[in-house]
Design a protein around this ligand. Structure first.
Ligand SMILES: Nc1nc2c(ncn2[C@@H]2O[C@H](COP(=O)(O)OP(=O)(O)O)[C@@H](O)[C@H]2O)c(=O)[nH]1
Ligand SMILES: [Mg+2]
Length: 475
């Protein structure tokens, strides 16, 4: 991962605190955005937030705040001709966007007039975490209209993204199955369509006549129409495969897998790293080819246990994205075991757990075994911990940062799968080739004895797997 570090783009985050939203919520939401943005591979170098009556003004922020932000990115702080440096634009581009066009258009007159400027800043100096380095990307923790996006790019000279854009990009990286990819693509196109003016120049208003455009249809309108058609097509495809999907589910992967589910910040990725060891991925060719969110439990068990990380529930998930979020949970819906991970030090974890369970039921995971993991117990007092233990007697209490806890969880996982297994003695004559190697690779060998008839192995495995080996080698 160090190779990537050098080329990481630096990002600053901007929160907007509306009336009746507490400081705590604003901070929590920004912290979540920071994790999402880091997931996308940016380095978050600073952040700021401002109290506003609404997010509707042309630049969202007040003039003073905008200047402050622009000083972090090397921009002018005022809306002028848009100049986003090309090398800075590489980070997050939607597939259909034309990379070159963003440089060409200048802000249009109507940008300024479109939404009247709001009242002046309520407090100019909300908490800022001033970056030590120049940032190339600005990410807003709210939704931005196409013209706000353009105004902000103009004033900051940086690439500007909003929360929804970030989330859609994460989902598209996590969508693995055909259905999930279609679902996310629909969400992406729905998001992109109104923002098209942004990258297509939008200069030939009312033109028409060229390239099959309808009378008076601009190129943007044409593009939008194409997108609408594409969305329709995708929806048809999606409907056609949902049937297929059900049959695929019944052919559930033979491999044993554990899926970590829960809200972002619960500690899923930390647990994943601790359970699998980050170097393993690079070392093990087989798993390096799998998606990075699936790794093998380490030290390895027999049979191997795969661990998968999920996107994680997001607090303010825009409604349009709910369907595509659910589709990214496909990994979890196919797991052999679900680990519900919660941050036990977060006072809202109970309601989060409820939502998580309900959604997993909806995606067809209700018949999967599960364990509840109350993470971050290092943050609890002895009394708090005791109370929780009474409330959740079945739960595993641990800290992802504690090696011993993680080792215990590993044993617990192995034990979980072993309860469905049986111990069996197998006599393998010396003239049977290959059986011992295959058994060792796939199963846990409890003991071995050599005598003149052959090797007697005591193995612990699923009965079907033992039968398979017996049939294959005639033993
Ligand atoms: N104190 C404490 N912090 C933790 C623990 N597990 C994770 N964290 C921290 O919580 C934050 C979110 O963890 P992460 O694994 O990214 O959560 P995810 O969003 O569920 O993948 C990170 O700053 C972690 O270092 C824990 O057991 N104790
Ligand atoms: Mg994570």
């Amino acid at each position: 991962m160090d190779i990537l570090n050098k080329s990481k783009l630096k990002a600053v985050l901007v929160g907007v605190q509306l009336p009746r939203v507490s400081d705590e919520e604003t901070r929590g939401s920004l912290a979540e955005l920071s994790r999402l943005v880091t997931t996308l591979g940016y380095e978050v170098v600073g952040q700021t937030s401002q109290k506003r009556n609404s997010t509707k003004s042309g630049t969202v922020l007040g003039d003073g705040k905008l200047k402050e932000l622009a000083s972090w990115t090397g921009g002018t702080g005022v809306i002028g001709p848009l100049v986003v440096k090309k090398k800075h634009k590489a980070a997050l581009r939607f597939k259909n966007q034309d990379e070159d066009e963003a440089d060409e258009f200048a802000a249009e007159e109507d940008d300024f007039a479109e939404v009247p400027e709001e009242s002046e800043d309520l407090s100019l100096d909300a908490d800022s975490d001033v970056p030590q380095e120049k940032a190339q990307v600005v990410i807003f923790d709210c939704d931005l209209s196409p013209s706000q996006l353009r105004n902000l790019e103009s004033a900051t000279g940086a690439q500007v993204l909003d929360r929804t854009g970030v989330i859609i990009e994460i989902f598209s990286r996590h969508a693995r199955t055909k259905a999930a990819r279609l679902q996310v693509e629909i969400a992406r196109l729905t998001y992109v369509a109104p923002r098209l003016r942004e990258t297509s120049g939008g200069e030939d208003r009312g033109g028409g006549g060229i390239g099959g455009k309808g009378a008076g249809e601009t190129s943007v309108e044409l593009d939008r129409r194409k997108i609408r058609d594409r969305i329709k097509e995708l929806k048809h495809e999606l409907a056609a495969i949902s049937q297929e999907h059900i049959t695929r589910r019944s052919r559930r992967n033979q491999e044993i897998s554990v899926a970590l589910v829960g809200y972002t910040n619960a500690g899923k990725s930390s647990l994943m790293r601790a359970l699998t060891g980050s170097e393993v991925l690079v070392a093990d060719k087989l798993f390096a080819t799998l998606d990075t969110t699936v790794r093998v439990l380490y030290p390895e068990s027999r049979p191997k246990i795969l661990i998968s990380d999920t996107v994680g529930f997001i607090k303010k998930l825009p409604h349009d994205l709910v369907a595509s979020f659910k589709s990214t949970l496909d990994e979890a819906a196919n797991a052999s075991l679900l680990l519900y991970v919660v941050d036990s030090s977060d006072p809202t974890f109970r309601s989060q757990l409820q939502v998580t369970r309900a959604v997993l039921d909806e995606v067809g995971a209700s018949d999967i075994d599960s364990l509840l993991v109350l993470n971050k117990v290092d943050r609890l007092s002895a009394e708090e911990r005791e109370k929780l233990q009474q409330e959740y007697p079945e739960a595993l209490f641990l800290s992802a940062h504690n090696k011993e806890d993680v080792a215990n969880l590993r044993l617990r996982l192995i034990k979980h799968f072993e309860t469905a297994m049986i111990d069996q003695e197998l006599l393998i004559p010396y003239d049977v080739q290959g059986a011992i190697g295959e058994i060792r690779a796939k199963m846990r060998v409890l003991s071995e004895n050599y005598d003149n008839r052959g090797v007697t192995l005591t193995i612990r495995a699923h009965i079907q797997d033992i039968e398979k080996i017996r049939t294959k080698f005639g033993i």
